[in-house]
Design a protein around this ligand. Structure first.
Ligand SMILES: [Zn+2]
Length: 245
């Protein structure tokens, strides 16, 4: 899971990875024999409608930064790979306003034209909610805005169905699962999760954070089944998943 990419040589800021490090990750994936899948494709595999690749990864980018279009997209296209971008539907063409009170840098988000460009290049779009709120602090009507209005906006703006949702800050509750299903989503991704495997609960799929310090060998380690078992064990033991039920 990625957020923002910085041009090589720029100072490293929170939640950012240099473009060169991201290119290294793609090179590691390619040389290790991984193919990338969208969530739609992953679900086709799970439903037996698509052949299961020997090694597959779903790459995700949260928030929908302009840096995805300028830095990540060319690297992905060069490798013949795809990613899923979770956009904040109420901030298309805006900035990461939710980060500013914490003192994080102001970053441009993709506008409608940029999003259409990445869709045309084969990227998948998911919803990251309407206003990037911590859902566990939301009222019922705010939750509806995050789940229903965001999906509606993506449909109106881009003419596509967002079938997958990414919880802002990874905070979620099991009580959201039926709300998401009713809103038309087929799955949702978090960061930490109590679930034993990534796809055990379709509305709480765990992701692995990619860091600026993930060198080729560290990234390779993170791709191993052993590492996935380790994070599953760690999240269950530490009670990090399902912070709010
Ligand atoms: Zn986010």
């Amino acid at each position: 899971m990625y957020h923002h990419l910085e041009p090589d040589g720029a100072p490293i800021t929170p939640y950012a990875i240099p473009a060169g490090v991201f290119a290294t990750h793609l090179e590691v994936l390619r040389s290790a024999g991984f193919v990338t899948l969208s969530f739609h494709q992953l679900f086709e595999v799970l439903e037996g409608k698509r052949k299961r690749p020997a090694k597959a990864a779903v790459l995700t980018f949260d928030d929908g930064y302009e840096s995805f279009r300028t830095l990540a997209l060319p690297a992905l296209v060069a490798q013949g790979m795809t990613a899923t971008v979770f956009v904040v539907a109420g901030a298309i063409g805006g900035v990461n306003h939710w980060d500013l009170p914490q003192g994080y840098p102001r970053r441009a988000l993709m506008d409608e034209v940029a999003l259409k460009e990445i869709v045309a290049a084969g990227m998948e779009i998911g919803s990251h909610g309407w206003a990037h709120r911590d859902l566990t602090a939301c009222t019922e009507s705010e939750l509806a805005e995050e789940f229903v209005r965001s999906r509606q906006e993506i449909r109106d703006c881009l003419g596509i169905q967002a079938d997958f949702f990414a919880y802002p800050y990874g905070h979620y509750s099991r009580s959201y699962f039926p709300l998401l299903e009713r809103a038309g989503y087929r799955g949702a991704v978090t960061i930490f999760s109590d679930e034993p495997t990534v796809t055990h609960a379709r509305y709480a799929m765990r992701r692995v954070l990619a860091h600026a310090g993930d060198t080729a060998w560290r990234f390779r380690l993170k791709l191993s089944p052993l590492y996935l078992h380790y994070v599953a064990w760690r999240d269950r033991k530490g009670g990090r998943g399902n912070a709010a039920r």
